[in-house]
Write a protein that binds this ligand. Structure first.
Ligand SMILES: NC(=O)c1ccc[n+]([C@@H]2O[C@H](COP(=O)([O-])OP(=O)(O)OC[C@H]3O[C@@H](n4cnc5c(N)ncnc54)[C@H](O)[C@@H]3O)[C@@H](O)[C@H]2O)c1
Length: 438
């Protein structure tokens, strides 16, 4: 009879290991432990480990997203973290979720992945129940064939026999509570039948909608391709806006989005964050003849050039002192990974404009380290700028209109990316993509 890994995990004799306890890994641990499965996370960041073990979320912005406290889960011993990887390679770990970063400075980066595989490969080879490795991190197409599988083979692990393997990318949206591990459609693909069955057992403990791919090669590619589509769509919005700067492309696209099979996108400073800006690069990095994917090449070129186009437009208007509001790539979140604000600021500085950046989620040092500019006080220092770029809609930016207007007397241009001040009807105000914003 087939061994049911779900039952084994529910028996509490077996546990789940999670490698990397950031957004993805921590949410995996929290959702599985909520289902009364014992989870232990390993992280090289000792402060994260300490916080988890004291029942505190190391990522405070996730508190609202989870909608429940982790203290109880830690107390009942369902949720634990460690800085010693050896604690995760004992026989009682049936599952190894891999949730470490796979990019650095905008490029695919696999050192942490190899490091984790090196640790996992120290498991015993004759386990009664071979553990399943489920890679949640985003991988470029072909990384499994080029890196993961050869690595495990070199370590004399037989896939499908003494180790099982699946690629199950994540799609969570850490801003909206409902878009989580439980509710979102989850694609997974495996190397063999046993891995497929075991992965289904494991993921079905938490994920309600599973879509098995015929192989890991397919599930691995799904993640990059779905995001490359979004990358192209967002960039087309920007190209339209650059081509028709006197037309309200923002409104055009909003109404285009009312068609039943078209999604609405709006022009702006470009695509940021972990997934979208990398997706096209991930795909291109594995293609011999990149000319065959000219759409993706053009997408990257236009997207990367948005900061320069905006800086040129601001400089041509004779504006000199620029205040940028928001380092995060999305509102109400402390994530600056591949934030398009960083190249935008660089382009503004190249035009010899004076730039300062404010983001309530980051310290002055964090702001300087990320964007190499000083910060300013909000709202009082707004009076010092003749141009403001509001790049995200952090809730802290939404102060009463009367109070805000006091500080905007010198401001000759406001570019609002996510509509943080849309309802205020301010003077010299533009939503990105409307007529005259660029
Ligand atoms: N955050 C998202 O919205 C999101 C969505 C989908 C996919 N992803 C993908 O998931 C992966 C993880 O993203 P994240 O947002 O959780 O990143 P994160 O930076 O929040 O967390 C990664 C964690 O891994 C730890 N780490 C680094 N090297 C390690 C190592 N060698 N061993 C153990 N731990 C190590 C870090 O200290 C950190 O705590 C990436 O591939 C990312 O592209 C992220």
């Amino acid at each position: 009879m087939r061994t049911d890994y779900k039952k084994l995990l529910k028996s509490k004799r077996y546990k789940v290991a999670v490698w990397g306890t950031g957004y993805i890994g921590l949410s995996t641990m929290v959702y599985f432990s909520k289902k009364k499965i014992k989870c232990v996370g390993y992280d090289i960041d000792k402060s994260k480990v300490q916080k988890i073990n004291s029942g505190t979320l190391p990522l405070e912005d996730l508190k609202k997203w989870f909608g429940f406290d982790i203290k109880g889960l830690v107390k009942q011993n369902y949720l634990r973290a460690t800085s010693n990887y050896k604690n995760l390679i004992t026989d009682d770990f049936l599952v190894h979720f891999v949730a470490i970063p796979t990019e650095k400075n905008g490029r695919p980066y696999y050192k942490p992945l190899i490091n984790v595989l090196e640790n996992i490969s120290k498991i015993k080879k004759n386990n009664k129940f071979p553990p399943v490795v489920i890679v949640e991190s985003t991988l470029a197409p072909k990384v499994s064939d080029k890196k993961i599988i050869p690595f495990l083979k070199r370590k004399k692990l037989i896939i499908g026999k003494n180790i099982l393997l699946s690629i199950a990318p994540r799609r969570d949206w850490f801003i909206e509570g409902g878009k989580n591990l439980e509710n979102l459609d989850r694609v997974y693909g495996s190397t063999d039948n046993k891995s497929t069955k075991v992965t289904k057992d494991v993921l079905s403990i938490v994920c309600k909608k599973l879509h098995p791919a015929s192989s890991y090669k397919v599930s691995e590619m799904v993640k990059s391709v779905e995001n490359a589509y979004r990358h192209m769509d967002i960039t087309l919005a920007n190209q339209l806006s650059l081509a028709f700067p006197r037309d309200n492309i923002r409104e055009v696209l909003k109404l285009v989005g009312t068609k039943w099979n078209v999604e609405a996108f709006h022009p702006g400073i470009g695509a940021g964050g972990y997934c979208i800006p990398l997706s096209s690069r991930y795909i291109l990095s594995q293609v011999k003849n990149v000319k065959k994917l000219s759409l993706l090449r053009e997408t990257i070129k236009t997207d990367d050039g948005m900061g320069k186009s905006i800086a040129n437009s601001i400089s041509n208007r004779g504006l000199k002192k620029i205040g940028v509001m928001g380092l995060s790539y999305k509102g109400n979140l402390k994530v600056s990974v591949l934030s398009k604000v960083i190249p935008l600021i660089e382009s503004l500085k190249n035009k010899k404009l004076k730039v300062k950046l404010y983001d309530p989620y980051f310290t002055d040092k964090e702001i300087y380290d990320a964007a190499k500019v000083k910060t300013f006080k909000f709202p009082k220092d707004l009076k010092n700028f003749d141009c403001l770029i509001v790049s995200v809609d952090h809730k802290q930016f939404k102060i009463p209109k009367k109070k805000l207007e006091q500080y905007l007397k010198n401001c000759k241009l406001i570019i609002d990316h996510d509509g943080a001040w849309k309802k205020y009807k301010l003077k010299n105000y533009h939503l990105s993509g409307d007529n005259g914003w660029i």
